[in-house]
Design a protein around this ligand. Structure first.
Ligand code: NAP
Length: 312
């Protein structure tokens, strides 16, 4: 008999049998609540809340190996108090998420979704010099709010588009600055000067609602707001109102406060490109995320240090 572990059922097709050697896996579908039991490890998707109540039902738990780089679905303090390790899946999804961020930037700048809708609906009546005019990116300013792994990967791609790069973070990134010419600025300057503002902060109590009505009022009326980080960074109603009133150019979003529900006013607002949280959605990234999550479980159950702990 192997070690009893709970793994999100949706990951089964992405895992190979040799990765699961020594584990007695109970596959847990995302619609099912976290069960009680003597499981030693839990590999949840980011849609499963793992808080004190869930941890109490799993008294033997040694590790929560989250299958995401964000870990806002896990009460890390409650886990730490019980001596449970928490791990995430950094790096392997950085390029996939940076690529999708650029898909949203280009879709908003060049009105790709509106154009596709005009064609598919049969409303296209021919070439017109002013049909769906967008903006050119060369010479414009890309603002990165958060310049960690993904923020920097988005910034490195911006040099090929000839963009000026500004970023806001607590710590300076001198190597990134040298490579891209990026400049570190306070958030009010970032809001005022960005033609494209892209969010790459984690969800934390202090980052919730960083893009609120006040931030939106500081932004250029032509600016494009991109969010491939976490939905709770943005006050969605305030964003919807800014778009309705033409105080913002466009918004490209992959994540929402109450996923999969989207604020109805935001859903109805003009100039949006709305994706269903597919930032890390490449086969390569998803396989590696599942592999790292299970490798963290294997390490902890062998008494070794986890590969990618959330803290130290
Ligand atoms: P990361 O390397 O940890 O970077 C996070 C950045 O945010 C850093 O610049 C960090 O720099 C800054 N930061 C951290 N805490 C902050 C705070 N309290 N206030 C202000 N700035 C803070 O993370 P990453 O790998 O780039 O991922 C970023 C986020 O993207 C994840 O947390 C996740 O939620 C999201 N994500 C979404 C998808 C998707 O599918 N859409 C995929 C992957 C990741 P300083 O510490 O210097 O401030």
């Amino acid at each position: 008999m192997g070690h009893p572990v709970l793994i999100a059922a949706e990951l089964e097709p992405l895992l190979q049998p040799d990765q699961l050697v020594g584990l007695d896996v109970t596959w847990l579908a995302s619609a099912e609540p976290t069960p009680k039991g003597d499981f030693l490890a839990l590999v949840p998707l980011l849609s499963r809340w793992v808080g004190g109540t869930e941890l109490k039902r799993l008294p033997q738990l040694k590790v929560v190996a989250n299958c995401a780089v964000g870990h806002d679905n896990v009460d890390v303090v409650a886990a730490e108090m019980r001596g449970i390790k928490v791990t995430n899946t950094p790096d392997v999804l950085t390029d996939a998420t940076a690529d999708l961020t650029w898909a949203l930037i280009l879709a908003c700048a060049r009105r790709v979704v509106e154009g596709a809708e005009v064609v598919k609906s049969g409303r296209w009546s021919g070439w017109h010099p002013e049909l769906l005019l967008g903006i050119e990116l060369r010479g414009r300013t890309l603002g990165l709010f958060g310049a960690g792994r993904i923020g920097q990967a988005v910034g490195r791609r911006a040099t090929a588009f000839g963009m000026r790069i500004l970023y806001t973070a607590r710590n300076a990134r001198p190597e990134f600055e040298r490579a891209t010419g990026a400049g570190k600025v306070e958030r009010s300057q970032l809001f005022r000067e960005s033609d494209v503002l892209s969010l790459h902060l984690p969800s934390r109590p202090e980052t919730k609602g960083v893009i609120d009505g006040d931030a939106l009022r500081q932004m250029k009326p032509t600016a494009i707001l991109i969010n491939t980080a976490r939905g709770d960074l943005i006050r969605e109603e305030a964003l919807a109102i800014a778009l309705e009133e033409g105080r913002l150019g466009a918004a490209g979003l992959d994540v929402y406060l109450d996923e999969p529900a989207i604020h109805p006013r935001l859903l109805a607002a003009p100039r949006t490109v709305l994706l269903p949280h597919i930032g890390s959605g490449t086969l390569e990234a998803r396989r590696q995320m599942a592999a790292i999550a299970v490798a963290n479980v294997q390490a902890v159950l062998k008494g070794e240090a986890p590969l990618t702990p959330v803290f130290g």
